[in-house]
Design a binder for this molecule. Structure first.
Ligand SMILES: Cc1ncc(C[n+]2csc(CCOP(=O)(O)OP(=O)(O)O)c2C)c(N)n1
Ligand SMILES: [Mg+2]
Length: 893
């Protein structure tokens, strides 16, 4: 980090000394030319950086290693054994993919990603990554497509057997197979962090590192020894999520974080930057964001050439050669390299005169030079004041032979011919007989072999084998009853469920045992949701405290940032908030420290905007509450098309681990949150809660006796049908959820008073859970034909008797329609398909046909279909309410 003191702008205190320096530089330039002058200027800048002089960073340096050979530390391991271990891992990683595809053509898998990054991982495993046997250790985010390498290593360690390797990508039998990529949901004892959806690894890793600090600064756990490592692809860096949080990591000075970008210059289809230089581009971006950048571009064979490059011709050539060319050199052979790279400049041709064409082929890239990598990792772990990125140049498919290495098709390669395998085996110097080679047999040198003993000793010294996921967290006692007692009593004052939630959250945070574990996460909407009192009460987490007097310091509820602040105020950043949510929601496993995140956000910008992260959260076995506020297509009325959410529940319902709720009343919300806490933190169930909150005020009724089970399972009868003087003309059941339950209640009155129809009202707290339960019952019945059939909960509550069913909510009709086949025939769903727009709530509810009059019309029309009332009565109602039968259909816009 450069210092923010700007002394260099002060008047020159010694102009003649300054002039001496300038004259020397001019002389150098005039006498020795621009290349030499540039070289010396770079050297001086580098020196200044190393001596911490505090200059603004130069965003791009020359295309050579950041660490010069003379700065490399001594390598502490046994390079020869470690090479042999690496070869064993390489072989087995490839073997498992080849065997899988031989046995099951098309099952897939990747050879070339790990092949390019084996050294990057091995140096970490043998010297840096801290295991989890004693404490949390380090958190390593493995590149998804490199997974076979991690399995192959676990095989050498004796943690996985041949049978498991042979079930790579065949996971249907639980516990036997290996996931294609890191999936904690499927391998909960092995993987910790899902990474394969490109871009989610980098952003998650950054927020993980920041969350480690948060736990530490808040005094919950000393995480100072944990380092977050993230292995990423150079192609992956094009994802917006990959780069979007770099600035935060720089700003927060996360020196507990190391990125390793495997710069093999290729992605799936071809070069990442054929016409440019991805390493240079990334260097500029990372440096600009305040990161320490370590480039590992060239292997040790280049050191001697660079040392003799006194006129800078070689460095200039390196600087000028584009990645597409470098890729070509990786496959074209020594003669081509001599002709095209060194040949055009006689100085360069002379530089490599003493080398044969084979020697030129063997000029390795830095990411395949173990010692250079060791130096980079050491420097990264020793650097203070900011995160480090290691940009390691590699060849995709390295060691896999000429058909695969560096080719544009390499990412897709899943097979090697027998001849190719023989070349591969010879390169790895493994004693596998030719006759067996076509079966791609695994090769284990035995548990007592020098290699396995060495590898295990290294892991013991570093705290145990990785990857490993361990859940050490103990069950949490529930919050005290006082936290939510008040909501059961109800209130005559009109309030919104958002206001209720803000109160509930504050109560939970005040709970003596429980409160400090609550992590409120807010993307710049606290004031919208009435949660700004938290700023004063528990503070906003700020690693540097508050270095200014807030503008509102004279107010009781002033803005307060603090090093031990509890609120994660993430700014306008839903993706970052989701990454924080994952770090907090997996803390029970990562750190053995259960934390309870409540991520509150504009519901429209949740599943729609960051749905992939919700999916990853569920994969990671995260536990926590997503609170979708300002919910409902018509309840959030003035904000218009891009804000008004009528479908997030439908999107949420696709996440298998979810429990999605749409409460209408304060007591429902309290019951749901308490039950969620009990399930996730008491019983240890891995759920993601989605709870929607509205901003419409209405009185909150007291909790009806015996309603808890229905609230939790998704449906209960809230109000019985009223008595109708002279007997009811018909009976109907109105089912509503969220704010729109108020419309069902109003419709009940209208039906009774104006039409003599008796309506019961049900609150559907969870459409999604009702469907889930019904699917389970249906499936059980299908598979157990001779047993007594199970009746879905929704059918138990809404059986055949009681009249037609009308379902209404502020969500699309498709949501209640999820229950269609378990509802009595002729049910009617009302909802908000179509784009939202700005208007009053009344106007919007009229437009979408979910207001009380439209509920009444739907109920009467259903009764008409049953012959209970005449068509004229329905027509009368339509006319009486002033509903235009030919009005605009919101779906048609
Ligand atoms: C969000 C997302 N989009 C697309 C993919 C499909 N995909 C998997 S790997 C890959 C290329 C990866 O290239 P790179 O990041 O350079 O990694 P390498 O294998 O070269 O190390 C792509 C496009 C994905 N996994 N995730
Ligand atoms: Mg790549």
């Amino acid at each position: 980090m450069y210092s923010d003191d700007f002394k260099q702008q002060l008047p020159d205190i010694d102009p003649s000394e300054t002039q001496d320096w300038i004259d020397s530089f001019d002389q150098l330039l005039d006498q020795e030319g621009a290349e030499r002058a540039r070289f010396v200027a770079y050297k001086l800048l580098k020196r200044a950086r190393q001596r911490d002089v505090g200059l603004p960073p130069l965003t791009q340096t020359r295309y050579i290693n950041t660490i010069s050979p003379e700065q490399e530390p001594a390598f502490p391991g046994d390079e020869a054994i470690e090479r042999r271990i690496r070869r064993l891992v390489r072989w087995n990683a490839a073997a498992m993919v080849l065997r899988a595809n031989n046995a099951f053509p098309g099952i897939g898998g990747h050879l070339s990603t790990y092949a390019s990054s084996a050294s990057l991982y091995e140096v970490g495993f043998n010297h840096f990554f801290r295991g989890k046997d004693e404490d949390a250790g380090d958190q390593v985010f493995y590149q998804g497509h490199a997974a076979p390498g991690m399995y192959a290593r676990a095989f050498l360690e004796g943690r996985l057997g041949e049978d498991q390797l042979d079930h790579f990508r065949r996971e249907v039998v639980p516990g036997r197979g290996l996931s294609s990529y890191p999936h904690p949901r499927l391998m909960p004892g092995f993987w910790e962090f899902p990474t394969v959806s490109m871009g989610l690894g980098p952003i998650s890793a950054i927020y993980q590192a920041r969350f480690n600090r948060y736990l530490w600064h808040r005094g919950l756990r000393d995480t100072s020894a944990s380092r977050v490592w993230a292995f990423l692809g150079d192609g992956e860096m094009d994802e917006p999520e990959s780069l979007s949080a770099l600035g935060m990591a720089g700003r927060e000075r996360l020196d507990n974080l190391t990125f390793i970008v495997n710069c093999n210059l290729q992605r799936l289809d071809g070069p990442v930057r054929g016409n440019g230089k991805v390493i240079q581009e990334l260097e500029g971006i990372f440096r600009g964001a305040g990161w320490n950048v370590i480039k590992v571009i060239w292997g040790r064979e280049w050191d001697e050439l660079l040392a003799r490059d006194t006129d800078g011709a070689l460095v200039t050539k390196m600087n000028e050669t584009v990645d597409g060319e470098f890729q070509k050199y990786s496959v074209a052979g020594g003669a081509y390299i001599r002709e095209h790279f060194f040949g055009p400049d006689p100085r360069l041709a002379a530089l490599v005169e003493h080398l044969s064409d084979d020697d030129l082929t063997r000029l390795r890239r830095g990411g395949h030079d173990y010692r250079k990598l060791y130096a980079a990792y050491r420097a990264a772990t020793e650097f203070r004041g900011g995160p480090t990125v290691i940009l390691a140049k590699t060849i995709k498919g390295w060691t896999l032979g000429p058909g695969v290495e560096g080719r544009n098709v390499t990412h897709q390669a899943k097979k090697l011919s027998e001849a190719e395998m023989i070349v591969f085996r010879d390169r790895l110097e493994l004693p596998i007989p030719d006759a067996k080679i076509k079966d791609a047999p695994y090769f284990h040198p035995g548990p007592d072999s020098e290699e396995v003993q060495y590898l295990l000793e290294r892991r013991r010294a570093l705290g145990g084998c990785l990857p490993k996921r361990i859940v050490r967290a103990h069950a949490l006692p529930p919050p005290a009853p006082e936290a939510d007692l008040e909501f059961a009593a109800g209130s005559t004052a009109a309030v919104s469920t958002t206001m209720v939630f803000a109160k509930l959250l504050r109560n939970l945070m005040r709970d003596p045992g429980f409160g400090r574990r609550v992590v409120p996460i807010i993307p710049d909407e606290a004031r919208t949701f009435g949660m700004d009192p938290l700023f004063r009460e528990v503070g906003i987490y700020a690693s540097q405290g508050q270095r200014y007097e807030p503008v509102d310091s004279d107010l009781i509820l002033s803005y307060r940032e603090a090093k031990d602040g509890q609120v994660l105020e993430e700014g306008i950043n839903e993706a970052g908030s989701m990454a924080s949510f994952q770090a907090a929601g997996t803390s029970y496993a990562t750190h053995g420290e259960p934390m309870i995140p409540f991520y509150i956000f504009y519901s429209m910008f949740g599943f729609q905007r960051t749905g992939d992260q919700a999916w990853a959260f569920a994969d990671a076995r995260g536990r926590g509450f997503m609170m979708g506020a300002t919910a409902g297509r018509t309840t959030l009325n003035g904000e218009g098309l891009q804000h008004e959410d009528g479908h997030s529940h439908l999107l949420a319902s696709t996440v298998p681990a979810i429990r999605a709720y749409d409460p209408a009343f304060a007591y429902e919300l309290a019951v749901i949150v308490r039950d969620g806490i009990e399930r996730m933190y008491g019983r240890g169930e891995d759920h993601l809660y989605y709870v929607t909150l509205y901003n419409e005020n209405h009185p909150m009724p007291p909790k009806p006796d015996g309603s808890d089970e229905g609230i939790i399972r998704g449906l209960y009868r809230f109000l019985a049908a009223p008595e109708i003087d002279g007997g009811a003309k018909g009976r109907v059941r109105l089912v509503g959820s969220g704010a729109i339950l108020q419309q069902a209640l109003a419709a009940r009155e209208l039906l009774a008073e104006r039409f003599g129809v008796a309506a019961e009202v049900y609150s559907a707290t969870s459409w999604q859970l009702l469907r889930r339960d019904a699917l389970e019952a249906e499936r059980w019945n299908r598979l157990h034909p001779t047993d007594e059939p199970r009746v879905p909960f929704v059918s138990q509550v809404l059986g055949g008797e009681g009249g037609p069913v009308v379902l209404v909510s502020d969500w699309v009709k498709a949501l209640p329609d999820l229950l269609g086949r378990w509802l009595p025939a002729g049910y009617v769903s009302l909802g908000t398909e179509g784009f939202g727009r700005s208007d009053t709530r009344e106007a919007l509810r009229g437009l979408f046909e979910i207001d009380a009059p439209n509920v009444v019309v739907a109920a009467l029309a259903a009764l008409q279909r049953e012959g209970a009332v005449p068509a004229s009565l329905v027509a009368e109602a339509i006319a009486g309410f002033g509903i235009d039968p030919d009005k605009l259909d919101p779906l048609d816009l």
